[in-house]
Design a binder for this molecule. Structure first.
Ligand SMILES: Nc1ncnc2c1ncn2[C@@H]1O[C@H](COP(=O)(O)OP(=O)(O)OP(=O)(O)O)[C@@H](O)[C@H]1O
Length: 377
């Protein structure tokens, strides 16, 4: 049978690209098609190095050609991965063996959605093919165990090179350790700075994280002594600040930025994320209600000359997703998952820029609280 390139391209149009809402041709995944008798060679370029996605693309191409063009065609699929934005930002002299970047997520004010954003960033990074860990350091209200539906699990102890280590619990491709694993439900725990720092130290250094591109750290809300203790315990690559557009939240977000930027701490701020930017009812998606004010966090980022990483609307499904332990970023082709993907890409890009321009952050040595006025104000 004489095969025609047009028929092959038509067959490839029947394959949808996961998460893109487009078919393989529209998404420019197919870079070349060659025909030699009854042999077809298809070249693909994929954005993710994940093995299962490569395998799936290969099988889809074969099936589509066999079904729509010629069932006996010999199909060869060549796959190249071109993921410049997904290239794991790597810093020289990794501060913790195996962990390339530690990104702290902070908020200043409580309840602005910092933990929700952290969980979604983690899932979104993992979906992009990065190796991701999440350290829930929110000693006042750890919530990662609920958001990842691992409340009943506990980290196991494993032997690594003769040393006993804590193995993070894993779900949705994210390795998780939370202060919540070590407290009883409904138990109020008052952690003092050094005590929290010790527990967190163990969760970082005595844990079997393996290789990670990103370790996200969900910090407690506020800008107090506890933050200094935490920053003392780990060399943070950069910080992301989450705020709603409301004035009271912005004032605290500003203090958060000041805390990271002050001389004795000097952790680069990768940018600000505006959460609950506006409310959109599911039945009227084009309507936007600026309940907490409009563009407050965007304007703050401009004023402080730090990057604005994007906005997340106030959507019922985000809250529901958190409550049932299936972060919204796991959804495919929804406006909210797309918004989270864009923000995640911006976080990666800012991390890459940061690593190109400045050397790795040393573990900060803060010996006194003096000089930390910006934190206390
Ligand atoms: N974009 C959003 N749309 C709808 N609900 C949201 C959104 N972001 C967060 N929420 C909900 O708001 C509440 C507070 O969120 P979250 O616990 O993430 O805040 P936080 O800043 O981490 O709080 P804390 O100060 O306790 O650490 C949760 O019920 C969460 O599900």
């Amino acid at each position: 049978m004489k095969l025609d390139k047009k028929d092959i391209l038509k067959a490839l149009e029947t394959i949808s690209v996961s998460g893109e809402g487009q078919n393989m041709i529209e998404a420019d995944v197919v870079t070349n098609v060659n025909i030699f008798g009854d042999e077809v060679e298809v070249d693909l370029v994929l954005k993710t190095p994940a093995m299962h996605i490569k395998k799936r693309a290969e099988v889809d191409v074969m099936k589509a050609i066999h079904k729509h063009v010629y069932e006996k065609a010999k199909v060869k699929v060549n796959i190249r991965v071109d993921a410049p934005k997904n290239k794991a930002p790597e810093i020289k002299g990794k501060p913790i063996p195996g962990i390339k970047n530690i990104v702290a997520v902070a908020s200043g004010k409580g309840g602005v959605g910092k933990s929700t954003v952290t969980a979604n960033l983690a899932v979104s990074l993992s979906k992009m093919g990065f190796k991701v860990g999440l350290l829930d350091a929110d000693i006042y209200g750890p919530s990662a165990t609920i958001m990842f539906d691992v409340e009943r699990e506990r980290p196991l102890s494993v032997n690594v090179d003769g040393k006993s280590k804590m193995k993070p619990v894993e779900n949705y491709g994210v390795k998780i350790l939370s202060i919540g694993f070590f407290t009883k439900p409904n138990q109020a725990v008052i952690w003092r700075g050094p005590m929290a720092a010790k527990a967190l130290n163990q969760m970082i250094f005595d844990a079997d994280w393996g290789e990670l591109d990103f370790l996200l750290v969900d910090l407690p809300p506020g800008t107090g002594d506890i933050h200094l203790s935490i920053m003392q315990s780990m060399p943070i690559t950069g910080a992301v600040i989450v705020s709603t557009p409301q004035n009271v939240a912005l004032a605290d977000a500003k203090k958060g930025v000041a805390m990271f930027q002050q001389e004795s701490i000097n952790v680069p701020v990768l940018g600000i994320i505006e959460n609950m930017a506006y409310f959109t009812p599911a039945e009227l998606p084009e309507n936007k209600y600026y309940i907490f004010g409009e563009k407050g966090a965007k304007n703050l980022a401009d004023d402080l000359e730090v990057p604005f990483l994007g906005e997340i609307p106030l959507v019922q499904s985000v809250r529901e997703a958190g409550d049932i332990g299936r972060p919204a970023a796991l959804q495919e082709d929804t406006p909210i998952a797309d918004a989270l993907k864009d923000i995640t890409r911006n976080v990666v890009e800012e991390t890459v820029k940061r690593n190109e321009n400045i050397p790795p952050t040393e573990a900060i040595k803060i010996t006194t609280m003096a000089g930390c006025s910006a934190v206390k104000k």
